[in-house]
Design a binder for this molecule. Structure first.
Ligand SMILES: [Zn+2]
Length: 250
């Protein structure tokens, strides 16, 4: 319709009217683009909020599945250090108790359930990372992916080289299964003779190497990943205005 009217204006050489017609078209196009941009931006905002809500669910689920085991693995280097001091006679204690035997016989346990957070994988693979407007959160999400890849590679290489000490030295360790009613899980009870351990140089070498491997796994793999995971959680809590009553709820 505007085309027919403009053609008539051109025929009658009414240049002022032609100018007005063109202006109407330009303004119409401009408003159309603005409305479309505004709709896109509103959709991005609502998608970002949905993503953060899903991510928070994933984080809570991961905590339920693995928090206890991760805390145990993070404590393990300190426990190993204390047991090493007893074994290598650098401590006032001279004999390992059953718990000490269990700790020394567990240096090949790397299994932890870190899993992917599906919401992040989906966001990155769909190329929509830019809907996250907070640059700190974007950086933290990328950092989490990187530390997760590093941790997975540590687990794979360390598991391949770690020595299963009780299986390799069955004469030195006696294992029995037990059920821990407080933790609701099966554990292994272990007995060993501290003097017999010290007298076996093969065991002492394998144990020393396992301690070194586990320490590197925690220091360079698990601890950086856990602190990145917690940083992402805190940023998501901030963005969604979620407050946890205490640490155990996180
Ligand atoms: Zn939270």
């Amino acid at each position: 319709m505007i085309l027919r009217r403009t053609t008539e204006h051109v025929k009658t050489q009414n240049w002022f009217a032609v100018g007005i017609d063109l202006l109407i078209v330009v303004i119409g196009v401009f408003i159309g683009i603005q409305v479309s941009n505004w709709n896109d931006s509103r959709k991005d905002e609502s998608d970002a909020r949905l993503f953060l809500m899903r991510l928070h669910e994933d984080i809570e689920q991961a905590n339920v599945l693995s928090a206890r085991l991760i805390e145990r693995r993070l404590r393990y280097p300190d426990e190993l250090r204390m047991m090493s001091d007893i074994l290598f006679e650098r401590s006032a204690e001279t004999e390992l108790d059953a718990e000490g035997c269990r700790i020394i016989g567990s240096t090949h346990y790397y299994n932890i359930n870190i899993g992917n957070l599906p919401a992040i994988v989906e966001l990155i693979s769909s190329g929509r990372m830019t809907i996250i407007k907070d640059p700190n959160l974007r950086t933290a999400l990328v950092g989490l992916q990187q530390t997760e890849a590093g941790l997975a590679s540590y687990i794979n290489t360390q598991i391949a080289s770690a020595v299963d000490i009780p299986s390799k030295y069955p004469d030195l360790f006696t294992l029995t299964p037990s059920f821990d009613p407080d933790g609701g899980e099966a554990r292994v009870r272990s007995q060993c003779d501290t003097h017999a351990l010290r007298a076996n140089q093969g065991f002492m070498n394998d144990f020393s190497q396992n301690v070194d491997r586990f320490d590197a796994f925690v220091r360079d793999g698990l601890a950086p990943w856990k602190s990145q995971f917690d940083a992402v959680h805190a940023l998501v809590d901030d963005a969604l205005d979620i407050q946890h009553a205490n640490e155990a709820d996180q």
